[in-house]
Design a binder for this molecule. Structure first.
Ligand code: ADP
Ligand code: MG
Length: 388
């Protein structure tokens, strides 16, 4: 059973600066299971920090719902919000100066959130010792932050963030100021914390290797989640004979699979990689199969690109081949709305796996195309489409 720790539902955040409105999040949906570790990637300005600040209770959403550990954050009053920030979430920032108080010793820094929570001295002192041991800095208790390296300071920051045993750890580019070796170390270490302590972690990072460490990587584009990469245990090469024709976008095919969100009325955003590989130029033909949807450049199917010469002979009486296609509009960044028929025939349940084949983008209900059976299902699906 799913145990959701975080639910973001159509989350919108608009900043008002003088007369200007900046839409930082525009309808972001996200669900995080308890115990997951998720990486969030995306260009600068895409809304990553905004999302973490909303989840951390530092800021309130303009609209939409955000629930963490059963707390509906938009409904908390000031006092409840302060408690939430101190007890339910831990926050680590990029700048060590924001994580640590420079005049306090390392131990005092880790004591502080526990003192604010009202923990007795004997207990918090013991907990601080344990935490410093866990982060590998047992000998540094009496030192000041400036005496530590950048990587060590971020380890202390993790100890501080974890001091009150939060359910959710939010880390906003915690390795942004570290060299790549230290970055790897910190991320691997966070994964250990995630596994050992069971703390759910959301980490914003630019580190490209992070995808191989975390459970899921979420790409945010224009204030929405646009793609999702799920770490898989099953090699994709087991999924069928036509892998050569369809590449899983952007990532090594062996371990990853992209999926996108589809809202209730069928609006979705194609991944940037799909837009690059299959140029749609504003319009696309949608072909609705039995259990998946294909999106092709407008007009291309009339040229019998991939052996559809026989389709004319096998059309259902009274329905021309054209009726299997619908033309839709696709905007510059890949946003489109699936035809209602597609939603009626195929239960995407809000999410689709994306595959790119030659001249087409395929959308499969999440999980369907990824199982060992996928090759067969797929071949059968192709046959069904061609016989319809
Ligand atoms: P990221 O962390 O992905 O770089 P941010 O969440 O910081 O992105 O920013 C998303 C958008 O919101 C940007 O256009 C940014 O300029 C704007 N923004 C962020 N914080 C504020 C703020 N406090 N006031 C006004 N605009 C903001
Ligand atoms: Mg940021």
């Amino acid at each position: 059973m799913q145990d959701l720790l975080v639910i973001c539902d159509n989350l919108i955040k608009i900043y008002k600066v003088d007369d200007l409105e900046v839409v930082a999040l525009q309808g972001l949906d996200l669900e995080v299971e308890r115990g997951e570790m998720i990486a969030i990637v995306g260009a600068s300005g895409s809304g990553k920090t905004t999302l973490l600040n909303l989840l951390g209770g530092l800021d309130a959403p303009t609209a939409g719902r955000v629930v963490v550990a059963g707390h509906d954050l938009a409904r908390l009053n000031e006092e409840q919000r302060t408690r939430y920030r101190g007890l339910i979430v831990g926050h680590v920032w990029q700048q060590s100066g924001r994580n640590l108080l420079p005049d306090l010793t390392i131990a005092d820094n880790v004591d502080l959130p526990q003192i604010l929570k009202g923990v007795r001295a004997s207990r918090y002192k013991r907990r601080t010792r344990e935490l410093l041991e866990i982060v590998g800095l047992a000998g540094m208790a009496k030192k000041k932050p400036e005496q530590l390296s950048g990587g060590e300071q971020q380890r202390v920051a993790l100890a501080i963030a974890l001091a009150n045993e939060p359910s959710l750890l939010l880390a906003d580019e915690p390795t942004g100021e570290l060299d790549s070796t230290t970055t790897q170390e910190i991320i691997a270490f966070m994964r250990q914390l995630n596994k050992k302590m069971g703390v759910t972690i959301l980490i914003v990072t630019h580190d490209v290797a992070v995808a191989s460490v975390v459970d899921r990587t979420l790409a945010i584009r224009d204030g929405r989640t646009s793609t999702e990469t799920v770490r898989r245990n099953q090699p994709l090469s087991a999924t069928g004979s036509d892998e050569g024709a369809s590449a899983i976008i952007g990532l090594p095919g062996e371990t990853h699979q992209e999926s996108i969100f589809i809202d209730r009325v069928g609006i979705l955003q194609l991944p940037a990689e799909a837009m690059e590989l299959v140029p749609l130029r504003g319009r696309a033909d949608v072909r609705i199969g039995r259990d998946h949807v294909e999106i092709r450049p407008f007009g291309l199917h009339e040229h019998n690109q991939d052996g559809e010469q026989n389709d004319g002979g096998s059309t259902v009486i009274g329905l021309s081949l054209r009726s299997h296609y619908e033309t839709i509009l696709v905007d510059r960044v890949g946003r489109l709305q699936l035809p209602r028929e597609a939603l009626e025939r195929i239960s995407f349940n809000g999410r689709a796996d994306v595959r790119i084949a030659s001249y087409r983008i395929e959308l499969w209900p999440a999980g369907v195309a990824s199982g060992i059976q996928a090759g067969q299902d797929r071949a059968e699906a192709e046959r069904m489409i061609n016989n319809e």
